[in-house]
Design a binder for this molecule. Structure first.
Ligand SMILES: [Zn+2]
Length: 112
């Protein structure tokens, strides 16, 4: 992988990181249950909403973690190398998923 490509992936990852960090910050604002809950139905809706938000926040944090790992690899010159087989990760994978840690073959294997 040449330096230009590396720079592009890095920019992509940094953009994504900023976006996700902003989303997490938004999700972590305390949820306003309101002081006037007098309908059971409304309270149930709210707690479901909170549950969904928490699940989404967990996914975002996982994603953020992957991005941090990928950025660390760029810094140490190991970006684009499959963690499983040590082979190069195909550009077509990195284009879709710049934080990917595995090559196409290993990804397919782990999905099974
Ligand atoms: Zn692999």
């Amino acid at each position: 992988m040449n330096q230009d490509q590396l720079k592009e992936y890095k920019a992509e990852l940094e953009k994504e990181r900023a976006m996700i960090a902003a989303e997490i910050a938004q999700d972590e604002k305390p949820v306003d249950f309101g002081s006037d809950i007098d309908h059971d139905e409304e309270a149930t809706d709210k707690s479901e909403e909170v549950g969904n938000q928490l699940a989404a926040a967990g996914e975002l944090k996982d994603r953020l973690n992957e991005i941090e790992i990928a950025l660390g690899k760029i810094a140490s010159g190991k970006y684009g190398v499959c963690e499983k087989c040590g082979g190069p990760i195909e550009p077509e994978i990195l284009d879709i998923d710049p934080e990917s840690r595995f090559c196409k073959a290993c990804k397919l294997q782990s999905d099974r």
